[in-house]
Design a protein around this ligand. Structure first.
Ligand code: SAH
Length: 211
């Protein structure tokens, strides 16, 4: 149930569901998603569902991860990427294969500790994790070619807009009752926003949880 064949079936399904960036599909076909989920649920890792990962959070479904990653990549190489909401680190691991360097921020300390160990075990080395409130971004490492938020907000945090590089793009869920995926692109004229399909994410919350 956790074999390469199961993973390839997931990729095949994503393709029929409209994901057409073959680079993203190939990366998702190579990452052992079941290792990001507690053992009791690992057999469901490749189903197209979000699953609980402790502390009331969820790992995003394969389709969401694929869709957000293809929107962020827009068919080109990624340099520096900032992720807000590390969670179990699956999206982080996907990005790590597609970007030169990934900075990822998580507000729940114990969740991040577990993820840090998991990414080390998988020998993923181009990821820098930080325990903090992601709404403030990561000024020391800015600007970013891509920013991805994996929790929903009603307004885009201004710090994140500032930390987006010229020519960069940001992919995130926006809304409250009704949420949509949004893409913001930055160019010399300013920012343009595109609103896409309806989605369902856990909320972005302020502050940090230590234990
Ligand atoms: N990509 C993750 C998604 C986890 S759910 C995965 O697939 O596992 C969203 C995550 O965002 C949660 O772990 C939650 O704790 C985190 N989060 C919410 N608000 C945050 C904030 N202000 N700063 C950093 N992380 C935040």
């Amino acid at each position: 149930m956790t074999s390469q064949r199961t993973r390839l079936r997931m990729v095949e399904r994503l393709r029929t569901q409209g994901i057409d960036d073959e680079v993203v599909l190939s990366v998702m076909g190579s990452i052992p998603r079941h290792l990001f989920i507690e053992e009791a649920l690992a057999s469901r890792a490749y189903e197209d569902v979000a699953l609980p990962i402790n502390y009331g959070q969820t790992i995003s479904s394969p389709w969401i991860v694929a869709r957000m990653t293809e929107l962020l990549r827009a068919n080109s190489e990624l340099g520096k990427v900032l992720e807000i909401g590390t969670g179990c680190g699956y999206q982080t691991a996907v990005l790590a294969q597609l970007a030169q360097k990934v900075y990822s921020i998580e507000r729940i300390g114990p969740l991040l500790t577990r993820t840090r160990i998991r990414l080390q075990e998988l020998q993923i080395r181009n990821v820098h994790l930080r325990h903090a409130d992601g709404l403030r971004g990561f000024a020391e490492a800015a600007p970013f070619d891509g920013i991805i938020m994996t929790a929903v907000t009603t307004h885009v945090p201004p710090a994140l807009l500032e930390q987006l590089a010229m020519g960069g793009r940001m992919v995130f869920p926006k809304g409250s009752q009704k949420q949509n995926l949004c893409v913001i692109e930055r160019n010399s004229q300013g920012y343009t926003e595109t609103v896409l399909e309806e989605v369902n994410f856990v909320p972005m919350l302020p502050g940090v949880i230590k234990k």
